[in-house]
Design a protein around this ligand. Structure first.
Ligand code: CA
Length: 240
């Protein structure tokens, strides 16, 4: 999707932070609408109908969570949450309420743009193409054949490892909460069994790494501590 002309609603009460991000987004061709609190955000949501919402959770009037709930009642517009460190529980709640992803402050602008592109790609359509292939880096999953390859070499996964990888690849670049992964792979009764996930992710990483002489395939599954997992082509981003 072209960035040019996409309308971004930027909700942030810190004027200096908001100004810096707004200038950067405008330079990239986005049309930026700025709100300094939750009520302003809801008003501008109604009048500008943005293509993406960048939402600070800690707002001076109403909680950022209430903004997410309001928007999700009306639309599937991608919401990228901006949250301070030490708020893992808030992040999980925001993702469960319908936010698409989150960024931890302070974040780099390169990371902001890559997350924005990922959530807007999702909004543009399903990740699997018409042939049912999900690909990140050297890892390719063929939904129709239920097969996984790394650089063309087959990888033997158990049904649960396969499902886990499929859910992560279908949300490439975006975090999937532990609760959501557990419900998708094990079913509704397992949403508190985080240690299952830890064990299966470790096995999955080992199998992917073993199939790849460079080891890169094992690094695509990245942990977001306290929140969940995501797959990223190059592994964890460099801090910037
Ligand atoms: Ca704030």
């Amino acid at each position: 999707m072209s960035e040019t002309g996409a309308v971004v609603l930027l909700v942030e009460d810190d004027a200096a932070a908001r100004g810096a991000v707004a200038v950067n987004l405008a330079a990239r061709g986005y049309r930026v609408v700025e709100a300094e609190d939750g009520r302003g955000a809801l008003r501008l949501w109604g009048s500008s109908r943005p293509d993406l919402v960048l939402l600070d959770l800690g707002l001076p009037d109403i909680d950022g969570m209430a903004v997410i709930v309001h928007i999700r009642r009306e639309a599937t517009t991608p919401i990228l949450v901006l949250s301070a460190r030490g708020q893992e529980r808030d992040r999980v709640a925001a993702l469960d309420a319908g936010a698409d992803d989150y960024l931890t402050k302070p974040y780099g602008l390169a990371e902001l743009h890559s997350r924005m592109r990922a959530v807007m790609r999702r909004a543009a359509g399903p990740d699997a193409d018409a042939t049912g292939l999900l690909e990140v880096g050297p890892v390719r999953l063929d939904v129709g054949r239920r097969s996984v390859t790394v650089s063309g070499a087959p990888v033997d996964l158990t049904p649960r490892e396969y499902e886990l990888l499929k859910v992560l690849l279908a949300h490439a670049g975006r975090v999937v909460t532990s609760g959501r992964l557990l419900r998708a792979v094990w079913g509704g009764g397992y949403s508190d069994e985080g240690h299952y996930l830890h064990v299966y992710v470790s096995r999955l990483r080992r199998k992917l790494a073993a199939a790849d002489p460079t080891g890169a395939a094992g690094r695509i599954v990245v942990n977001d501590p306290g929140v969940g997992y995501r797959v990223v082509a190059g592994g964890p981003p460099d801090p910037s």
